[in-house]
Design a protein around this ligand. Structure first.
Ligand code: ATP
Ligand code: MG
Length: 605
């Protein structure tokens, strides 16, 4: 029923009115009582004075024997001064004068004083008695030569209440006037008092723990006090907000004011660290976290960190934490395949900061893209290597079994089996060596041993090797060598391995009747070897991936040609370790050209 703040105002107003009315009532009762008592006293005093004068006059008249004059005096005095019953009597009961003779038997009337009234009669008393309503006076009158007579007066002294109507009406008017004035004042100050009451209620709410200013604000219609109160709330809100922001800034370390060593240390970390409160508001974020969340660090402070997260599973994790569903250390991985995070994988873990304080938490954001790629590469490597090793091993096992079963009596079959076993063992050895070299290069433990490499001798060996093989396959192989080749500083085994890979590929992937050319150019600053074939050629897509480990072209024509896909990858790695490179130019069905360059060849020579 009552508006906010009204209850207080109403209770104050009612209390004031009751107090005022009680005060007016009490003072009225007291004033009337006092007035009445004063009037009774004055009346009694007046009657006493009249009775005293009456007694003196009656005494002298009776001494003079003028009883009729005494009777008139008594009658007049009783009538004019309101003496009520007024009687002069002799001790024997005879009535000399009375205000009302009808109350006395006629036989008792004394027309003349007796000479002397008989002795032994009680002398009349001299006394005064006062009750609430009457004043009774008995006075002895001395009659010379006769004895004592008695004057008895019984006068009403009750004061009529109507005499005080004036005073009562006055007090009533004062009371009503006061009430009216109070009402007017109350009406005038009601709105303001309501504001004060509402402020009081808001203060009590603050005492009870309410902190939200929206709940504490009061209607601005309640006047200036209400507006002032709301302003105070706004200012206190702003101050609180500023304080929080300032604290956050302090804890983050303002760059301009200089950062602590700890801040500096956190900023050089590659993992993102975000400290959040129980409502997921950011209390601290290091530089990496700001990068991962694509936000300014200033923007992050005090803001709900979820608004910067675009990946669904991370959002769900943060929601679960904020709602209390998850409170133990949790780690998830988020694919950053969206426009927000870019490509890659992000590992997000959340953990409580303190065991007893389950609200605050630390978020750790970590880019594990490289880790994931390396893991995938390792898995692929193991899968490929296993596959590549299994083929020659299976061949060896099969031919050994054949040789054991049937070779005892068949020398030709036995020789053929041993040949296959031999070549498969070599292939196995080469694959294992390639794998070892690749693993060493990847782990960084592989190093080249530079020494004098006599290119003349090296190419002479290669020429002898491959001319024989080419003849077997009906290919034409040509070595275009300059008359004199230099001696270079390089790892002979590695250079030989790379050249073997290039030349053997040319022979492998060129069908019968084709041509293979090896051009050697000992340039001024580098040695260049071009291996040109008229083979099957390589598509543009395959050229892009040719140097990856285990990669083989997607060309149906090579399915029957054995190979692990490691040769070119290894060749390029070792040439790069020498500071050079291997490049390819090819067109499908038109052959390929692989160029190997090693710098510093001529200088070394
Ligand atoms: P490995 O050399 O380990 O025994 P491989 O020859 O298949 O096996 P690489 O030497 O690395 O592996 O060659 C990779 C792929 O490149 C080959 O599988 C082949 O498809 C293609 N390639 C390489 N050289 C040539 C070439 N001269 N002409 C056509 N394709 C080639
Ligand atoms: Mg090869």
């Amino acid at each position: 029923m009552l508006l906010r703040g009204e209850s207080t105002v109403a209770s104050i107003g009612i209390a004031l009115a009751v107090i005022l009315l009680c005060a007016v009532g009490a003072s009225a009762w007291w004033a009337i009582r006092t007035l009445r008592e004063d009037a009774q006293h004055a009346e009694a005093d007046r009657i006493r004075a009249v009775v005293a004068m009456l007694a003196d006059s009656a005494e002298s008249m009776m001494n003079a024997g003028e009883l009729s004059a005494v009777r008139r005096l008594v009658a007049d005095a009783a009538r004019e001064h309101g003496l009520g019953q007024c009687t002069i009597m002799l001790p024997d009961g005879g009535v000399v004068a009375a205000s009302d003779f009808s109350k006395h038997p006629a036989g008792k009337l004394v027309m003349s004083l007796p000479d002397r009234w008989s002795a032994g009669l009680n002398p009349p008393a001299d006394q005064t008695a006062v009750t609430q309503t009457t004043l009774t006076i008995d006075r002895p009158l001395t009659i010379n030569g006769h004895g004592l007579a008695a004057l008895h007066v019984q006068a009403p002294i009750e004061v009529s209440v109507s005499r005080f109507w004036g005073a009562q009406a006055g007090l009533g008017v004062i009371g009503a006037g006061s009430m009216l004035a109070l009402l007017l004042v109350y009406r005038h100050s009601r709105a303001r008092l309501r504001a004060v009451g509402a402020i009081r209620e808001a203060l009590l709410a603050i005492g009870a723990g309410e902190g939200a200013s929206s709940a504490l604000a009061i209607s601005a219609d309640l006047g200036a006090e209400a507006s002032a109160w709301n302003q105070i709330l706004d200012q206190s809100d702003k101050l609180r907000h500023d304080k929080v922001a300032e604290r956050a800034r302090e804890s983050l370390g303002d760059r301009r004011r200089g950062k602590s060593d700890l801040d500096e240390a956190c900023d050089v970390m590659t993992q993102g660290i975000v400290l959040v409160d129980e409502k997921m508001r950011c209390k601290y974020a290091n530089g990496a976290a700001a990068v991962f969340l694509h936000a300014d660090r200033d923007q992050l402070h005090g803001a709900d960190v979820r608004q910067f997260v675009k990946t669904e599973n991370v959002k769900t994790l943060l929601d679960d934490w904020a709602s209390g569903r998850v409170r133990q250390r949790t780690t998830i991985e988020a694919e950053r395949g969206d426009a927000h995070f870019g490509e890659g994988v992000l590992r997000v873990s959340i953990r409580p900061v303190r065991r007893e304080d389950t609200g605050s938490a630390m978020l750790v954001l970590e880019d594990i893209t490289q880790q994931r790629v390396a893991e995938e590469a390792r898995h692929a490597f193991v899968a490929h290597a296993t596959h590549e090793l299994r083929t020659p091993l299976t061949n060896i096992r099969l031919y050994v079994e054949t040789a054991l079963d049937d070779g005892e009596n068949d020398a030709v079959l036995r020789a053929k089996c041993l040949n296959v076993i031999n070549s498969e063992s070599r292939r196995l050895e080469r694959i294992v060596n390639d794998l070892l070299s690749t693993a060493e290069i990847e782990s960084g433990s592989f190093s080249i041993q530079r020494d004098d490499v006599h290119l003349d001798a090296l190419f002479a060996e290669l020429q002898a090797d491959y001319e024989a093989q080419a003849a077997e396959k009906h290919l034409e192989v040509t070595f275009n060598l300059p008359p004199k080749l230099p001696v270079i500083q390089a790892d002979r085994d590695m250079i030989t391995l790379a050249l073997h890979n290039l030349i053997s590929n040319a022979l492998k992937y060129t069908p019968e009747g084709g041509k293979v050319q090896i051009n050697v150019d000992p340039g001024e600053h580098s040695l260049t070897v071009d291996v040109i074939d008229t083979g099957i050629g390589i598509s543009d897509q395959d050229q892009e991936r040719l140097f990856e480990k285990f990669y083989r072209a997607q060309d149906k024509r090579i399915t029957d040609i054995t190979g692990s896909g490691l040769g070119l990858a290894l060749a390029r790695e070792v040439v790069r370790l020498h500071g050079g490179d291997i490049t390819v130019q090819s067109a499908i069905d038109h052959g390929s050209t692989f160029s190997m360059t090693i710098p510093g060849a001529a200088d070394a020579a």
